[in-house]
Each structure stands twice: as structure tokens, then as C-alpha cells.
Design a protein around this ligand. Sequence first.
Ligand code: ADP
Ligand code: MG
Length: 404
Amino acid sequence: MLRNLESAPDLAGQVVFLRVDANVPLDNGVITDDGRIRAFLATLHWLLEKGARVVLGSHLGRPSGHFEDKYSLAPVAKRLEELCGRAVVLAAGVNGQSLQDALSEEDSGAIVMLENLRFDERETSKDDAARQELASEWAQHVSFVVEDGFGVVHRKQASVFDLPSLIPSVAGLLVEKEVDVVQRLTRQVEHPYTVVLGGSKVSDKLGVIEALLPAVDNVLVGGGMVFTVLAALGHPVGRSLVELDQIPVVESFLAQAKDAGVRIVVPTDIVMAAEFHQDAPHVVLPVTGLETGPSGASGMGLDIGPESSQEFARIIHESATVFWNGPMGVFEFDAFSQGTRAVADALATSQGFTVVGGGDSAAAVRTFGYDESSFGHISTGGGASLEFLEGKVLPGLEILGWKP
Ligand code: ADP
Ligand code: MG
């Protein structure tokens, strides 16, 4: 059983370390999507209401073990102040001393936030002793830890795994909800169950589809990864994204799907562009003739075509459960966002239980302006949800009492 906030002791006046995933997308220091901050607010409020003194810990991007201005959590601290109406004291650093200093500066009712945890190389170290050293520096000042960063539960890191092995810990509301949702996708699924897969890399995602095969009815494939599948099916795909080394893997996957009675649906038409550019000239071509357009064999597929979008939407509407991971095209370019919009729209208007997983897919539905409540759940953890669905052991959940 995953320990949750209900089982927390009296936290009034206690210093509580709240590990979150505030790894938001930034454009020149401006947060372009604050979904991940909003996602942990419920847990933060819960703790503040109980009178806890909260120390927030999060990573942001991939800094290389030392302070780098562009990875500072300063924009996150500022946004959090606006969202929760309390002062947020951003610590100068990450280690025990920084934590102690920030706590001594904290006025009553303020929230302390450590700097980007990955500014300290011990956070992500492969050396157990180094991680434990950082965790024990924190443990000297903190009496309880709440893990609410679902996006990192698959990582064995100081704040995710080592700190909870030193002091009492529970899962926060977001982690509890995410676990509940992924369980609904694996154990108590309602059929028909459709998985929509896209995004850039087959190699990232094939493990999940394989693990899901026994449970699903339909797999709809789009995005950059579809070209490896089309290539495996013998279609020339021009200069589209293809992972040649994955073709045998895809072939064996297609055979497995057939044995398992799972329908694999690939697009019947593709938007082929002259180059990878937002203004690139483009045409819609049937999958059997992707090299027959004006660019010939130098064209590249950047989106699924309208006929495919319609068919995908139809299957989604007939499904009781839908899990979507990975955009259908290069949705960052408006001209190639049609397929991703169509899938987002089909999920949003579906009567079934719909889950959006994956950082880019989640960002896509929010930038398209959909209300989060139109979906059953928008997951904050791309890699973590996928590894959970694959049935892997997640160190950050196991340490909280969870068992597969
Ligand atoms: P998620 O974060 O939702 O799991 P991924 O990270 O796997 O999704 O993939 C997202 C990226 O895939 C997006 O940046 C998108 O532009 C890219 N992509 C989608 N379709 C294509 C395509 N046809 N060619 C190249 N890149 C693509
Ligand atoms: Mg991504």
C-alpha cells in the first residue's frame, strides 16, 4: 500500500520536505506552461493548513551539477507566490547549510524553496554514498517528507529515494492520483481500450506498447514514430524520421500484436513537407505514395493527414478507455498541428475515461486551450507513467510502501 497524507502524523510546526516536479517549460525565463506547478498546489495547501513549515525541493532541466542562472528556480518561486498568495523564500543553494539558512530567514507562514536540486551533483549521483550524504544533510533539519513529484518517481535520486529512506515519508495527493490513474489503465480497464501513440521516438515507447498488448484492443500510431512502422511495412517514407535499427523490433511487435488480436492502426494519409520548417510547402499524400509529391523522395512527413485524423477520432469515440502519449505531428508548427488537435479534441469530447501522458502531449492540449477537466487525467510524468505501465519497479514509489 502506498502511504498517503491520511497516514501522516501531526505536522503542526514540523519542517516538511515536499518534493515536487516544477520542471516547467521556460522561454527566456518566462514560464510558458505552469501546469506542473498547479499540479502540486493541493498538496502544498494541505500541508500549510495543517500548520507545517514547508521546504519545497524540485529540479528544473538538466544542469550539470552546479549553479547555472538559466536553470534557477527563481521564476518558479515567483509564479508560486502569485498562485498561492504567500511569500516564497528561495534558498541560495541546495545543501543542508542552504536549507538551514533559508529556514532561519523564513517569516512565519512563508514557504522555503531550495534551489534547483540538480545544482548539487549528489542529487542524481550514481554513487549511493554521495546521494545519502546529501539526504542526511537535509534530514538534520527536516522531520518528514512528502513525495509529490510523480515525474521523478522512476529515478533513484537523493530527494526521491534516499531522503525517504532516512525519515518518515508519504505520497502527496498528486502522486496518489497518478498511481490511481495508471492502475486504472493496467488492472481495472474498461473495454474497448485504445492507446494512441506518437511523438518522436519508437525506441522510447515500444516497451510500453509491448507491455500493454495483452490489455488493449486498438493501438493508433502517429507522430514521428509512425515512419519506422511504415518503413517496416514496406512503404518508402522519404526523409521522414526513421530509426532504422528499430525496424526489426517493430516487425516483431507487429507479429506479437497480431497474435494478441490487437488492431494496429496506422495513418492512411500523411502531410508531407518540403523541409522541417513552420512555413514549409506541404501536401497530403496517401501512405502508399509518400514519395510521389512535389518533393519526391526528399519530402518529410510532419503530421498525419485529415482522413487519418478522422478515423483516429472515430475509434477514440468508440472507446471506453483511451491513453494518449505523444503528439501526432510537429504540433509546435501550426501548419502541422492538425492531427494532434484532432486527437486532443476526440479525447476531450469522448464519454470514456481518457488519459493524456507525456510532457509534450500535455503541453499541447494546454496550449490548444483545452480545459483540464475535459480529460479524465493529464499526467505530469511522461517517463514515470511509461515505466509504470511497463511494469517496472519505481524506486520512488517502492520507498513509499507501494508494491506492484
Ligand atoms: P511526449 O513528451 O508527449 O511523450 P515525445 O517527447 O515523445 O512526446 O515527442 C514529442 C515531439 O515529437 C514533439 O516535439 C514533436 O514535434 C515531435 N514529432 C511529432 N511528430 C513528428 C514528426 N512527424 N517528425 C518529427 N518530429 C515529430
Ligand atoms: Mg517529450
